[in-house]
Each structure stands twice: as structure tokens, then as C-alpha cells.
Design a protein around this ligand. Sequence first.
Ligand code: ATP
Length: 306
Amino acid sequence: MITVRGLSFEYPGKRALDDVTFTLGRGSITALVGPNGAGKTTLMRCLCGLERPLAGEVVVDGIDVIEEPRASHEKLGYLSDFFGLYAELTVAQCLRYAAAANHVPGDAGPRVAATAARLQLADRLDQAAGTLSRGLRQRLAIGQAIIHAPRVLVLDEPASGLDPEARHALAALFRELQADGMTLLVSSHILAELEEYATDMLILRDGRLVEFRQLGPAHAGQRQLVLRVAGDPAAALALLRARSGIDGIEAQSREIAFTLEGGDEAQAALLAALVTANVGLVAFTEAAPDLQASYLRSMRGADLVS
Ligand code: ATP
């Protein structure tokens, strides 16, 4: 859905992106992470045709963004890290304006109502944008970015300033948009929050791609599990090591993480074996991706090679 090849960008005297190459699959939600000044905003602006790179290629849904920026804008929704809203316009007017600017054909009314409902702004349609709280302004700006149902949504720090409930609602919205077939690229410094929805992680540092990988199991048919035992983990460890289809065993105190080959039947059989062997099992769950740990490992790896 998004292909970036050999992308380099320079501000006067500063190389902000250096030969960046990756491809984002349709329906993926990619977390774009990296330290301050890594080039995340610059990359997003290049993807959206808002900056002209020094070299390289960006193709979004078959359209060359650098050659045809206007055509690509119909495919793209973008939320800038420092967005502006027309303070005097009401929420409904802001959404209508965004619909017109993005060439939404016909009567924009139903689209405005549906977008406002999706962002939980339906009861604010007549309120002036300038009088909204920070969180509500953020939601309105996201509404403006998705009003034309873009194929690709690029969001620079979308959750900054949102309360925990609103962040959770935002994660649910991203999953909903993904289910609609949208491809999302989301930058954030709060990795725990990206864990809720990201399918892939792209790490930038000093303008270079440090790592790009899929989160979760290495391949379909494999799942990551974690179990906890009440006492000595030796019996559980011995059982896991002796069983086929189990890999990557990592034990930390009374918690053991591993990958299991196979689906529900394999998982059920393993659980039954653990219970029968009376290893003192207290928890047996599918592991959530630990983005924070993974990010720090990658950054340490980058330190070792640079
Ligand atoms: P942050 O996490 O702090 O938002 P970022 O990863 O988004 O950072 P960018 O804003 O893309 O990073 O900046 C990449 C590099 O380019 C930084 O070193 C920054 O100082 C530099 N830079 C950004 N904008 C300009 C500009 N307009 N002129 C000159 N240098 C710039």
C-alpha cells in the first residue's frame, strides 16, 4: 500500500532522512518510533507529498507521491503534530470544510454526521472549534483527516494531550479504521499505547531505518504464550522443553514466555498437560507484544553497530 525506496531528505545543512526503504502492507497499523529528531515528522511529511525529498521514491496505492502530490492527497489523510483549526467555525462547519477541501462529492451532511459520531463529537456539532478542550480538538482534527475515507492515514503524535479514556477510544477507532481496510502509520513516544493496536514497528534514528518488523508471532500458525507458576518453575520448564512445537523459551523468575506452533488445539493440549503434571500453574495467556522492551533492544543493537 505504501512503498518508500531510497528516501533521503535534507534541510539546509542537515540530513534528516538517509536512504530509507520499506513497504507497508494494506490494512497494517505501523508504529513509527524513534528518539527526538530522528526524522519521524520529516518522513511523514514526505509520505504525504508535503516535502520534496532530495532522492528516492514514495508510492501510495499506486500513485507516485512526488510526481503527483495532488492525486495522492485523495488517498491520504494526515494529522500534523501541530495542527491548526479554524477557531470561529463550529465542529460541523470544520468537518464540512474538510469534506469540501478533499473533494467529497455530493451532500457532505451524512458524511459529517457519521464522522462526528465516530469521533464522539455528535453532541458538539454546533460548538465553535476554538472553545473545545484539547482532547476534543484532537478528535476534531482526526475527523477532518478521515472525512474523505482515505486509503492511508498518517498521524503524527495523535494521542498527545488525550486523557487515558480518550486514548483508549482512539486505539479502538484505529482498529475500526483498520477493519475498514485503511492502512495507518502512527508516530508516538508512548510505546505502551501503540501496543494496543500496532501490527508493525518502524524505528528511525538519525534519519536512518534502524529496524522494521512485524509485531507478534514470527509467522501465522505460531503464537506467543506466557505462563506463571506459584512455586519453583523447574517442573513447568522441563515439561515445555520436552514437548515438540515449543520454541524460544525465556524464563524470568516464575514467569515463562515461549512460542507455540499450532492453533487452539495445540494450546488446549498444552494447557491440559500442564494441569495434569501439576506444575503449580496460576496463569496461562497469550502474550501482548512488549514494544518498549523490543524498542530498547533495537536501540541497544543500533548502538553496537554504529
Ligand atoms: P520529534 O520526536 O522531536 O518530534 P522527529 O523524529 O519528528 O522528532 P524531525 O522533526 O523530522 O524529527 O526532525 C529531523 C531532524 O531535522 C532534526 O535534527 C531536526 O532538528 C531537523 N529539522 C526539522 N525541521 C527542520 C527545519 N525546518 N530546518 C532545519 N532542520 C530541521
